[in-house]
Ligand binder design. Structure first.
Ligand code: SAM
Ligand code: SF4
Length: 444
């Protein structure tokens, strides 16, 4: 039992970028209470494990972390809060399985973290998995700490109910944040040093809302408004669903100068039968036609995706169809996963679960092809002059690492500082990163 208010905290986020965003907001909230952040969980009075439930392996990580924290010998165990999607999905089951947990807080309730910390400091246990979306954002302190790149959640939840996915259950129904709240947050981020903002949502391109004049806007309208924000240099967004990719957003890729040429558009499988069983509501041909339209608007756009291998009932021929769609699209970069049955989802009840060894083999073949494409994409940028936003220090003296417009990591020697946009020539290209030589130095 903990019987003191924590002075220091550490937030550890697992999983998606939306969790990274939530983790940053929880940190700001705790700092506003007078606590200070420490870099390691081992040194903190309060550890927040901001969890991911998307696949079984991700969900299990929280329990091994709790085990490590309990065994922390030198200074006694910290106050432990489990936040994020495992908290939402497992709720009271978590302290039953791991009695050392003091706080369980879902992704829509973390604005109440300070009260929950106070309860735990009095020796109690606090659990909150409510889902009141706007009240969370309305109750969080203004954005503060900021590096050159920032995430900004504009949309949460999902109504699509793909049969394999827990998100509609853990994050709730699809909700768009209000226009003015987003614009204000973007301004605060830029005032605090952000040069690039990535708009986030489980289906970010489903975002819709009314602008200041009462006109209904989509994500393209939001991108156009942010394009006019002085000091902001780059706009990105992720993750998009193929069915919400409308003409306005495609046109924005041709017209909005600050919108980066990168699109993460998961297809999941190259088999129409599997896509139907997944309840994806797009087909391989509608997806390919979409990619063609996007490329017509912005020929140099980098396409990224997500894939699941071994969905229940997936045959060899259906897996080959996934390799075929990968070959047809030619991805710049992609994520691929073995299907993981999630409790409460329809696919977990389906017959014909694919054996693990076969899934391993399929994943290896798919990843070999995707890696080949990524290397080819990177090599195609050799000799190109492009801009790089410097994000962090490299390992060598004088080396900084930044991102190209196509989200590639670029290493370079430079006298410019973090947060600067520099012009470079790409001089070498590997599978995971590029090297650049600075051609000219820009003002910050
Ligand atoms: N909303 C996005 C979309 O539909 O494209 C994806 C969001 S989800 C958090 C990220 C990725 O996790 C999915 O695109 C999918 O590839 C993968 N994923 C989701 N559930 C999974 C499961 N049960 N097993 C394996 N991978 C899964
Ligand atoms: Fe999950 Fe499908 Fe919603 Fe994406 S669209 S979050 S994969 S249910």
């Amino acid at each position: 039992m903990i019987e003191r208010l924590p002075k220091t905290f550490h937030v550890k986020s697992f999983g998606c970028q939306m969790n990274v965003y939530d983790g940053a907001r929880m940190a700001e909230l705790l700092e506003a209470q007078g606590m200070s952040a420490v870099a390691e969980g081992g040194e903190a009075d309060l550890v927040v494990l901001n969890t991911c439930h998307i696949r079984e392996k991700a969900a299990e990580k929280v329990y091994s972390d709790i085990g490590r924290l309990i065994r922390r010998d030198d200074r006694g165990r910290p106050m432990i809060a489990v936040a994020g999607c495992v908290a939402q999905a497992e709720g009271a089951e978590i302290p039953r399985r791991a009695p050392a947990v003091d706080i369980v807080v879902g992704p829509q309730a973390y604005h109440r973290l300070p009260e929950m910390v106070a309860t735990a400091a009095r020796g109690g246990r606090a659990l909150d998995t409510d889902m009141p979306v706007e009240s969370k954002f309305g109750s969080l302190p203004a954005r503060r700490r900021q590096g050159p790149t920032a995430f900004l959640t504009v949309q949460e939840g999902c109504d699509k109910f793909c049969t394999y996915c827990v998100v509609p259950y853990t994050r709730g129904a699809e909700v768009s944040r209000h226009w003015s709240a987003i614009i204000d947050e973007a301004k605060a981020l830029v005032d605090n040093g952000a040069k690039e903002i990535t708009l986030l949502g489980q289906n970010v391109n489903a975002w819709t809302g009314e602008d200041d004049t009462g006109r209904t806007q989509g994500l393209d309208g939001l991108a156009r408004a942010l394009d006019r924000l002085p000091g902001l240099e780059r706009i990105r967004y992720t993750t998009s669903h193929p069915n919400d990719m409308n003409d306005g957003l495609i046109r924005a890729h041709a017209e909005v100068a600050k919108l980066m040429p990168f699109l993460h558009l998961p297809v999941q499988s190259g088999s129409d039968r599997v896509l139907r069983a997944m309840n994806r509501s797009h087909t391989t041909s509608s997806y390919l036609a979409l990619i063609e339209r996007v490329r017509a608007a912005r020929p140099d756009i980098a396409i990224s995706g997500d894939f699941i291998v071994g969905f229940p009932g997936e045959t060899d021929a259906e897996f080959e169809a996934t390799l075929n769609i990968v070959a047809a699209v030619n991805y710049a970069q992609a994520y691929s996963f073995k299907y993981s049955p999630r409790p409460g989802t329809p696919a977990a009840q389906m017959d014909e679960q694919v054996p693990a060894a076969l899934m391993d083999e399929r994943l290896q073949r798919l990843q070999a092809l995707l890696n080949e494409q990524q290397l080819a994409f990177n090599r195609a940028t050799l000799g190109r002059r492009t801009s790089v936003l410097l994000e962090r220090a490299g390992k060598k003296p004088g080396q900084l690492i930044g991102k190209s417009p196509w989200l590639q990591s670029v290493h370079l020697q430079t006298g410019s500082g973090i947060g600067h946009l520099v012009e470079v020539e790409i001089v070498s290209a590997g599978p995971n990163s590029l090297a650049g030589a600075e051609t000219m130095r820009n003002a910050a």
